[in-house]
Design a protein around this ligand. Structure first.
Ligand SMILES: [Mg+2]
Length: 229
């Protein structure tokens, strides 16, 4: 089996973005927010004094490094990716602001995320993968609609909901089990394909033999009359 391409989102999947920004917010403003209070997409507009996400991002990028430089990782995320990377290709597919890319790359290196391919794109279906793991409702919807041949997985979080055509994954352990299952199916499909090809090859060889036999023995003459003059 050749490995599967695993398209893995970062924030809300590998990186605990909410714990990261909330720790920074509490420190900067003396607040007492808790990551468990995040239950909606774009929660900063609900939980903080920022009036919109523009104000939030302006604050989140301040300082020597942005909020993306020191996000905690979810338990088991990196260890699971390390195991998956043995047989598969881990492809990071992240939407990120340009100002955050250097911090995210530094973070990926520091956390030793085993990803030989990293894409920063807003339109995630443009990155070709066999399996996707994401938490953002709009990304899951787009991936399910435009990558119907792929397995699209929702990392279950309070800020997302089930979607048609999307597999729910409750933890990294569950994701690893799903990938193992898909890889087994892919291997079986490979074997079936090889068996079919062997059948075709066998049929082709037989046809060759039949052809050679025909060449060796000229077609029987018809006995329907006297020789032409
Ligand atoms: Mg995300």
């Amino acid at each position: 089996m050749s490995g599967l391409r695993l398209g893995v989102d970062l924030d809300g999947v590998v990186a605990d973005f909410n714990s990261g920004w909330i720790a920074r917010y509490n420190r900067d403003f003396g607040a007492a927010l808790d990551p468990a209070m995040v239950t909606t997409w774009n929660s900063p507009t609900v939980l903080t004094h920022f009036r919109d996400m523009g104000e939030f991002w302006a604050w989140a990028r301040q300082g020597p490094a942005s909020v993306f430089r020191d996000l905690p990782v979810y338990p088991e995320a990196v260890a699971t990716l390390e195991r998956l990377a043995v047989d598969h290709r881990v492809v990071v597919v992240s939407s990120n602001h340009e100002w955050a890319i250097c911090d995210t790359l530094a973070w990926l290196g520091e956390q030793r995320v085993p990803a030989p391919e990293v894409h920063f794109v807003w339109d995630k279906p443009t990155v070709d993968c066999d399996v996707y793991l994401d938490d953002a409702p709009h990304n899951l919807e787009a991936l399910a609609a435009r990558r119907p041949e792929a397995v699209v997985c929702r990392m279950v979080q309070p800020w997302n909901a089930p979607l048609p055509g999307v597999r729910d994954v409750g933890s990294w352990v569950e994701f690893a089990a799903l990938v193992a299952d898909l890889a087994g199916q892919a291997s079986q499909a490979d074997l079936d394909g090889q068996a079919s090809q062997a059948d075709l090859d066998g049929q082709a060889s037989q046809a060759d033999l039949d052809g050679q036999a025909s060449q060796a023995a000229p077609p029987a003459r018809s006995h329907n009359g006297s020789p032409r003059r």
